[in-house]
Design a protein around this ligand. Structure first.
Ligand code: HEC
Length: 111
């Protein structure tokens, strides 16, 4: 029994949970579709939007940010923004959300 509790897998899981309170923030998003994110727009709404639509992070839509820049920041973190590992957002979903964000239209110019 105690060997089970001491196993490194359990410790890794526990530290991953402690390091990722965002899983709680994102609610049950990761459970959607058995852990597979449903498209870039969904990832943006369920993860990025918690900060980037709430003035916690800067606006990232409508700025034609390059997809590569977005994926690099999500994987590595950027100053106040935490990094999201592949165990949280898989490569495919990350690519989709980066393309979704980079293609969102710029707001209409004010007259
Ligand atoms: C916990 C809040 C939080 C979440 C969730 C979050 N971000 Fe951020 N993000 C930030 C903050 C805060 C910054 C600004 C960091 C700074 O300048 O210190 C930032 C900055 C960025 C930037 C750089 C913006 C610029 O002006 O160059 C990009 C790109 C970005 N985030 C993408 C994403 C994407 C994509 C997601 C979803 C996968 C995401 N972020 C989720 C908080 C968050």
């Amino acid at each position: 029994m105690s060997s089970l509790l001491n196993s490194s897998a359990v410790k890794r899981t526990l530290s991953a949970c402690l390091a990722l309170p965002l899983i709680v923030l994102a609610g049950n998003a990761a459970a959607d579709g058995d852990g597979v994110w449903k498209g870039g727009e969904n990832v943006y709404a369920k993860v990025c939007g918690h900060c980037h639509e709430k003035q916690v992070g800067p606006q990232i839509t409508g700025r034609q940010l390059p997809a590569q820049y977005i994926t690099a920041i999500v994987r590595n973190g950027f100053r106040a923004m935490p990094a999201f590992p592949a165990s949280f957002i898989d490569d495919n979903s990350l690519q989709q959300v980066a393309e979704y964000i980079s293609k969102t239209p710029a707001p209409a110019a004010k007259p």
